[in-house]
Design a protein around this ligand. Structure first.
Ligand code: FAD
Ligand code: DHB
Length: 391
């Protein structure tokens, strides 16, 4: 088998890259190790930046998002019983975000790909990327019980943190930056109307909590828990009690309860592998970097990586120029590090932890008070949350 760009991984990064390349007239094949049902059901992110929304619309994947997505113009910060709203359009010159789940983005991209797209193989596990720094790289994969090889001009490593692509770069040529946080998130989906119109990020002595949503009838909620937490140890009643305690605020607001339909624990990590290119292998999305979820940046960063990569591959296809390909890693990493900085800031400020001294904890509260009291400090949060402009 032969193609121009072999794409390893059919998550949001790989699927969007395939659409962008297809529209630019560049051949590609997507190899995804899991089956169709599994990929569509995987619960993950929920917030799309304006740039992500624009990219999905531009590649024809925006129709259902525009019907069902919820446009959000702000978030609420809660701490010490106070609530403070951050007004995005007022602080960013009119920008907002869209609440539309990653599961739905993935479903929309897969549907397009299967009706009008380059090949997408489910159940195709990539075993190795051979000769990434040669003129003729190859991807070895297993599909329907048979080992096969995909020969290509370029390889896009879009296979996430646990994939094979980033390991195909020799360790002596890479620098890894990593921080593992001493807590995780317990995330639940519940069949109950959200108790708020906008997301609530709450810092409480008992721990962080986040109230998000999937639709006018489905809530998505997260609790900070110890890193080694087994979700089975958290009964539904315990989860609702803990959420209610952490969201408590002066006034008569109450958290509505309903049946919990899914429960899982997500570890928290910051990770960057530099550079994001090795010869003809280009890493994109979680294959190259992870952010802790507090800033809602993971999915959005994957999207900006593949927009940058698709532009570079399209230019090469049209003119033979490698200029954008040569700048790919540096261009992406500038933005990646801004997202790493913001995600670290949100995580560190909003999650209390017993390893810190009372002085350090009090400083985090002072930071939140500063955001609540100063339009300049609020604007810094808002600009990063809605997404920095694509360079
Ligand atoms: P992925 O979505 O990981 O996709 C990689 C794909 O490659 C997968 O489909 C995988 O099956 C496939 N693959 C892996 N290995 C191989 C192989 N050898 N051969 C072929 N295919 C392979 N972000 C937020 O902003 N908010 C959140 O609440 C949030 N929650 C998250 C919860 C979890 C458990 C995880 C893991 C991530 C979460 N994220 C969140 C981050 C966000 O979901 C990711 O940043 C986003 O999925 C990145 O997309 P991606 O396409 O780069 O990687
Ligand atoms: C969601 C997840 C996040 O990490 C976040 O910061 C906001 C929303 C969500 O899953 O809806």
């Amino acid at each position: 088998m032969r193609t121009t760009v072999g794409i390893v991984g059919g998550g949001p990064a790989g699927l969007l890259l395939a659409r962008l390349l297809h529209r630019a007239g560049v051949d590609c094949v997507v190899l995804e190790s899991r089956d169709h049902g599994y990929v569509e059901a995987r619960q993950r992110a929920g917030i799309l930046e304006q740039g992500t929304v624009d990219a999905l619309r531009a590649c024809g994947a925006g129709a259902r998002m525009d019907r069902e997505g919820l446009l959000h113009h702000g978030i609420e910060l809660r701490f010490e019983g106070r609530a403070h709203r951050v007004d995005f359009p007022a602080l960013t010159g009119g920008r907002s975000v869209m609440v539309y789940a990653q599961t739905e983005v993935v479903k929309d991209l897969i549907a397009l790909q299967l009706t009008d797209g380059p090949p997408l193989l489910f159940g195709a596990e990539v075993l190795a990327i051979e000769g990434p720094d040669s003129a003729a790289p190859a991807i070895r994969f297993r599909h329907e019980g048979r080992e096969q090889t995909l020969h290509c001009d370029f390889v896009a490593g879009c296979d996430g943190f646990h994939g094979v692509a980033r390991r195909a770069v020799p360790a002596r040529l890479t620098t890894v930056y990593e921080r593992v946080y001493p807590y995780s998130w317990l995330g639940v989906l519940a069949d109950v109307a959200p108790s708020c119109e906008e997301l609530i990020y709450a810092r409480h002595r008992r721990g962080f909590a986040l109230h998000s949503m999937r639709s006018p009838l489905v809530s998505r909620l997260y609790l900070q828990v110890a890193a080694d937490t087994d979700p089975a140890g958290w009964s539904d009643e315990r989860i609702w009690d803990e959420l209610s305690a952490r969201f408590a605020v002066d006034g008569d607001w109450a958290l509505e309860r309903g049946p919990i339909t899914a429960k899982s624990v997500t570890p928290m990590r910051s990770f960057v592998q530099e550079p994001m290119r090795h010869g003809r292998l280009f890493l994109a999305g979680d294959a190259a970097h992870i952010v802790p979820p507090t800033g809602a940046k993971g999915l959005n960063l994957a999207v900006t990586d593949v927009i940058t990569l698709a532009r570079a591959l399209a230019l090469h296809h049209e003119t033979g120029s490698t200029e954008l390909l040569d700048g790919y890693s540096e261009t992406c990493l500038r933005r990646v590090w801004q997202a790493e900085r913001f995600s670290y800031f949100m995580t560190d400020t909003l999650h209390p932890h017993p390893d810190r001294s009372p002085f350090e904890e009090r400083l985090r509260l002072a930071q939140l008070e500063r955001i609540a009291d100063s339009p300049t400090a609020s604007a810094e949060l808002a600009e990063n949350y809605v997404g920095l402009p694509l360079i």
